[in-house]
Design a protein around this ligand. Structure first.
Ligand code: HEM
Length: 159
């Protein structure tokens, strides 16, 4: 990410800061319409998840200028996502829904420059999370043809 993109991402989050909870609530609302199968991986009541997603966005806002800190956070997050059933093809859907939710939350402050900076940030977070997923312990037992090809509905390993 360029220094300008880092600054833009941080200023979007500062603008959205008081509304991070609203942003996370919007995220799950939009995900339900956009991709019900992905939404169904989360519990019906997303209040707890919303709090965690808001906290992680806040952390990304602090860490985006500090690659080591961002990498530590995202690699660990990605490692946990291996057991949540997250697959490479799901990340772009999350990125789009997140961008739409951010845009709805910050209103006029969302511009082409902001959207580009967030694309770059999401790409970086995705890369780091996926490297964490690759380093995660394989799930116990045989996983015949489903691995990497679809959604698993079982949830395990949630901290
Ligand atoms: C930038 C990408 C993403 C971010 C920042 C993110 C962030 C989070 C956070 C903070 C949590 C709370 C639990 C924890 O901290 O371990 C969570 C849970 C979860 N995420 Fe993600 N996530 C991302 C992408 C995805 C993708 C692509 C999937 C696709 C399936 C996914 C599926 C889940 C599920 C199913 C849970 C809930 C697990 C449970 O409580 O049962 N996430 N995510």
């Amino acid at each position: 990410m360029t220094p300008d993109q880092v600054a833009v991402v941080q200023s979007t989050l500062r603008a959205a800061r008081c509304d991070l909870d609203l942003l996370a609530a919007r995220f799950f609302e939009r995900l339900s319409t956009r991709n019900p199968a992905l939404r169904s991986l989360f519990p019906d009541d997303t209040a707890e998840q919303e709090g965690k997603v808001a906290a992680v966005l806040d952390e990304i806002g602090y860490a985006v200028h500090d690659h080591e800190r961002l990498a530590a956070e995202c690699v660990a997050l990605g490692r946990r996502h291996e057991s949540y059933g997250a697959r490479a093809e799901h990340y772009p859907v999350f990125g789009e829904v997140l961008a739409e939710s951010l845009a709805a939350t910050v209103g006029d402050a969302w511009t082409v420059r902001t959207a580009d900076a967030w694309d770059a940030a999401f790409e970086l977070v995705t890369e780091l999370m996926q490297s964490g997923q690759r380093s995660a312990e394989p799930l116990a037992g045989p996983v015949p043809s489903g691995r990497g090809q679809g959604l698993r509905t079982g949830r395990s390993g949630h901290r």
